[in-house]
Design a protein around this ligand. Sequence first.
Ligand code: HEM
Length: 142
Amino acid sequence: MTFYEEVGGHETFDRIVKVFYREVADDPVLRPMYPEEDLGPAADRLRWFFEQYWGGPSTYQEKRGHPRLRMRHVAFHVNPDARDRWLTHMRTALDEAQLSPMHDAIFWEYVDRAAHALVNTFEPTPAIGPDPQQRPDLGLSH
Ligand code: HEM
């Protein structure tokens, strides 16, 4: 059995990713980073990736090619704050999914390590952007 099958297959990954993006939708730092109005397509891409990574269908490869995650994140401002927010929302999603302690630990260890590896800047989150209304006030404007 693959990890994908052990945790309940597509339904489980669908649930994890849905909860994750439900949290992202309310995050004032992460939400403006997602280029599309609708988070559904981004949720699909993350789910395809996880499903493939854990031994499920290789839809990600078919639709997106090689993951090259670090390269694909270069366009985004992934500082430690963004990383910690991302991980907080993934933690919420995993808590709601209620995997076995062993599966939870394996999943978490991977995303925690990957998120740390994807940090590409230590500059603070820019206070200006496409939607300034949604940005937190970091006291950066003078
Ligand atoms: C560290 C904090 C992270 C931030 C702020 C972040 C942010 C983003 C953003 C803004 C996108 C573009 C959304 C889209 O249109 O698809 C994206 C895409 C993606 N992210 Fe992340 N991400 C983070 C960590 C991770 C981690 C840890 C993984 C996997 C282990 C991951 C996997 C992906 C995948 C698979 C895509 C879609 C790539 C594609 O095919 O275009 N991300 N991420």
